[in-house]
Design a protein. Structure first.
Lengths: 87, 841
């Protein structure tokens, strides 16, 4: 009986899965992203080696080199050597 | 060849279909990036930039249009919500258009990186072509950034508009509730003539439509009405057939259970309401379809249908809950007279509210004066207020002495307060507030009562044995062979599911009633699913659910792997049971730990935060849980070193017994008195543990025998050796040995030492040998000396007066003993336990 219950829960939960975008700072110093989400801009400071989840519903983000990029909310922004790459 | 092809073709087709589906899903899931890529590759950057500029311009134009519309239709709540949904779409579109640049930006950045930084002053000049390309790339990047920035600005602007819509809507709601009307205008004699005019207009509209309809559309009306009636009848009759017994209250049942009363109330409200609803919806639909409706008549008919549905539902619900005709089936135990009155009053209230709503729509459409609207609402709210107070004043219960007793205080006071506040608000001219309150009392009250009945039935099903008593439970137990405990667990699950369903169905209904729009609820559901961000923590339902699911899947995978490893691989590989146990446990713990970690990270909880906390607490935990940790590590060592396994006879300190279970913290030992002793693992690691059955079960048993001085010791020795050798369980090698141990104070002492293949048989062997020694010594007249024994005087029992009686009683006793023995044997056989060997010590 528990097995069928588990299957039922798994089926209900399997429908639809959305995750936030994440940003990883692989550098040894703090890097800052400027995130525009909703009506406002916020600065997202990433300490060395930190991983942060942000922007679950899509946002614009200003990367350390000044580029402005749009994120849908499923990407990973990886900063290494001061350069950010979106994967 | 053809036949082969024909035989293959279904499979080939299936494969093709699968491939098609796969490709389709891929395209759908990857569509935005696909588009972006195609654009970037196909048209070059310049084309891309102009394209997206155009797209964003289009979006900006649309946003301008919506903003204008916002200023025009600012008073209509539904259109505000609609505008908000459109704005959200636009915001997403802006984001998508900005996404189109991603691959081009990546290319440019890669190229700039390849070109390297411009040479510093003093370094040799680079070729012009490199400088030119760098500049070109930089300017292109600047252009792209400008376009993305415009998309960003648009998105910010849209967010601002969405916020503004929220503010406007709450402002409007406040205005509606707090608006003050001058009653003196509304309640002047002028109103009556206005009402007469209005009625005349309405009558004219309806009668002209009726004459039109009868003249030109009579057949269509007949067809539509009959089709709807047939649909409703099918629903009602079908439902009655399907749910027959639980649908109708059976007056012959003396004392129906609470659950059956609840289900009757629920179904006898739901089914007829559904049937009536189906009739009304299909009538309106078919009239529309046949173009019977003309002008405002459609709106009137919709409103009328809604009124009829609400009044019918309220009436059914109160009837079902109060059952004025059948006191046995009443859910709320009020007396029959008050029950009848309650049904009448609630129905009257629903009628008043419904008619008021209908008239308000008529007023809207006919463009009647404001005073009429105010007067109508004023009267309606007054009536509702009075009905509420009347209900509160009703005395529904009968005390033991026959006197009538009122409602519980809280209900009475709430009802009076609601009624009074409605009347006061109306009297002071706050008609909007009064109408809102009275509408809420009827509709929200109905929804809440229905939901409450649902909650009650869920609780009843969740009770022990509740589900087994339902018809589904009975069906399951007879047809699917479910045990009572399984049914109980199922009942619990069903009750949780019902509760969840009630929340999911009724919460949105109540929210609708409180002036929220479907768009609001949709937006909330979306937010809840994707995550609410509080500070830096994002909590999302899907995240948590997926975490749980991942953990459960991991757990079952572990269990399955464990079972497979243990049952198939290691059992077939003839691995020692101890090793098997250790490996199984280790795999289990590792698997659960991994599943837990993966589940936590899938739930979106950052483990690095936990690590910080764990680091801070580790010192305290280290001291506080010193024992637990030490036992845990000892458990791991036990699993690795395996000084004993499950089933071994070990002696640890004062405890001696069989090992039952080795867990990570403690080991369970069952003594031969069948007492379970839980020994912490550190005890077993730090102290000496004796294991009788470590490598083999070989063991030595000693039996002491003393003979009197003067006996023939050679003969005694020979007899003892012979007895020891003669026992079938005693090993030939190592040979049994009889030791002449001591010239004791009272006896010459011997000791028989025998080795057994299975030391667990020790008790049997000792017993057999002692009996044999006593027999042999008796035959050889060898005395076993002893300290003076307690003297026992055997009491002669009196003879029975009649020998026949005695024989009879003895026979009866014998019979009884035999019967008891047989019963004991049967019990042992039934419980599936084998008669055990006597314990070794």
């Amino acid at each position: 009986m528990w097995k069928s219950l588990v299957v039922a829960i798994a089926l209900t939960a399997a429908s639809g899965s959305a995750f936030a975008a994440s940003a990883v700072n692989k550098d040894a110093e703090t890097r800052t992203l400027i995130v525009t989400e909703g009506g406002g801009k916020t600065e997202l400071a990433l300490a060395a080696g930190e991983t942060v989840e942000f922007c679950p519903n899509g946002c614009f983000v200003t990367l350390p080199n000044g580029d402005l990029e749009a994120l849908t909310g499923s990407e990973t922004v990886e900063i290494s050597g001061g350069v950010a790459r979106i994967k | 060849m053809n036949a082969f092809a024909a035989r293959e073709s279904p499979i080939v087709m299936l494969l093709r279909l699968l491939r098609l589906i796969l490709a389709f899903t891929l395209i759908i899931s990857a569509s935005p990036s696909f588009e972006a890529m195609a654009q970037a590759l196909g048209q070059g950057s310049a084309g891309l930039i102009t394209d997206q500029q155009k797209v964003i311009q289009g979006l900006t134009a649309k946003t301008d249009g919506l903003e204008k519309k916002l200023q025009q239709d600012g008073q209509d709540d539904a259109s505000l919500v609609d505008i908000r949904l459109q704005l959200e779409d636009l915001s997403r579109a802006a984001l998508t258009s900005a996404l189109a640049f991603r691959s081009r930006l990546t290319d440019i950045n890669n190229r700039i990186e390849v070109l390297g930084p411009p040479p510093a002053a003093g370094q040799p000049q680079e070729p012009d072509i490199v400088t030119g390309e760098r500049q070109a790339l930089a300017s292109e990047k600047a252009e792209i950034n400008a376009v993305v920035a415009s998309a960003q600005n648009l998105s910010i602007r849209i967010s601002g508009l969405i916020d503004r819509i929220g503010n406007m809507r709450s402002e409007q709601f406040r205005n509606f509730l707090t608006k003050h009307y001058a009653l003196s205008d509304a309640l002047s004699p002028q109103v009556f003539s206005d009402a007469q005019d209005e009625y005349a207009n309405f009558y004219k509209a309806v009668s002209s439509w009726l004459s039109f309809a009868f003249k030109f559309k009579f057949k269509a009306i007949l067809a539509a009405t009959f089709t709807s009636l047939a649909l409703a009848a099918i629903l009602l009759v079908g439902g009655r057939r399907l749910f027959g017994r639980i649908f109708e209250a059976d007056p012959s049942v003396e004392d129906p259970t609470y659950l059956s009363r609840l289900s009757v109330a629920f179904w006898s409200t739901l089914l007829p309401t559904l049937a009536v609803g189906a009739f009304l919806v299909s009538t309106v639909f078919l009239y529309n379809y046949y173009n019977v409706l003309r002008g405002d008549i459609g709106v009137f008919l919709n409103a009328l249908a809604a009124v009829i549905a609400v009044v019918f539902c309220v009436n059914r619900l109160t009837n079902a809950a109060l059952e004025p005709r059948m006191p046995n089936w009443r859910l709320i135990q009020v007396e029959t007279g008050p029950a009848r009155w309650l049904v009448r009053l609630t129905t009257a209230m629903a009628v008043v509210i419904g008619v008021n709503n209908f008239l308000s729509i008529v007023n809207d459409k006919m463009g009647s004066p404001l005073s009429l609207t105010i007067a109508r609402s004023f009267v309606a709210t007054l009536i509702v207020g009075v009905i509420l107070i009347l209900m509160a004043l009703l005395r529904p219960y009968k005390g033991t002495d026959g006197s009538w007793r009122p409602w519980p205080a809280w209900l009475r006071y709430t009802s009076v307060a609601l009624g009074l506040s409605t009347i006061t608000a109306a009297l002071f001219g706050y008609i909007g507030l009064a109408i809102f309150v009275s509408l809420q009392v009827v509709v929200t009250g109905t929804i809440l009562v229905t939901a409450y009945i649902g909650f009650l039935s869920a609780r009843e099903i969740g009770e022990e044995g509740g589900f087994a008593g339902t018809s589904i439970g009975r069906w399951l137990s007879t047809n699917a062979g479910y045990e009572d405990t399984a049914l109980d667990q199922l009942g619990l699950v069903v009750s949780v599911a019902i509760n969840l369903m009630i929340v999911l169905v009724f919460l949105p209904l109540i929210l609708f009633m409180w002036g929220f729009q479907p768009g609001d609820i949709q937006a909330w559901a979306y937010k809840l699913a994707t995550g609410i961000t509080i500070g830096s923590v994002t909590i999302s339902v899907t995240g948590i659910l997926s975490g749980i699911v991942v953990f459960i899947i991991g757990y079952f995978l572990t269990r399955w792997f464990q079972g497979w490893l243990d049952g198939s691989v290691m059992a077939r590989g003839k691995v020692d049971t101890g090793v098997r146990n250790s490996i199984r446990l280790a795999v289990g713990y590792a698997g659960v730990a991994v599943a837990g970690l993966v589940g936590i990270s899938a739930a979106g909880i950052d483990l690095s935060n936990l690590a910080l906390v764990a680091g801070a607490l580790s010192l305290g935990i280290g001291f506080g849980l010193q024992n637990v940790v030490s036992n845990f590590v000892s458990g791991l060592i036990l699993l690795a070193e395996r000084p004993f396994k499950v089933g071994d006879w070990i002696v640890a300190g004062d405890t001696s017994g069989t090992v039952k279970k080795i867990s990570v913290r403690a080991t369970e030992i069952e003594t031969f008195q069948r007492q379970s002793v839980i020994l912490p693992n550190s005890n077993l690691i730090n102290n000496a543990v004796g294991n009788w059955t470590h490598r083999n079960k070989l063991g030595r048993v000693e039996i002491k025998v003393g003979v009197a001085y003067g006996s023939d010791v050679k003969r005694v020795h020979a007899i003892l050796v012979e007895i020891a050798r003669g026992h079938p369980l005693v090993l030939k090698n190592p040979e049994p040995f009889v030791l002449f141990t001591n010239f004791g104070a009272a006896a010459l002492e011997f000791e028989i030492r025998v080795f057994l293949a299975d030391v667990l048989n020790g008790a049997i062997v000792q017993n057999d040998i002692r009996f044999a020694v006593l027999d042999a010594f008796g035959a050889e007249h060898i005395e076993i000396p002893s300290t003076p024994r307690a003297e026992v005087k055997v009491k002669q029992t009196e003879a029975w007066p009649l020998d026949d009686d005695k024989i009879e009683v003895e026979f009866a006793e014998k019979e009884q003993a035999e019967a008891e023995a047989a019963a004991e044997k049967a019990r042992l056989a039934k419980s599936g336990r084998k008669a055990r060997k006597p314990d070794p010590s």
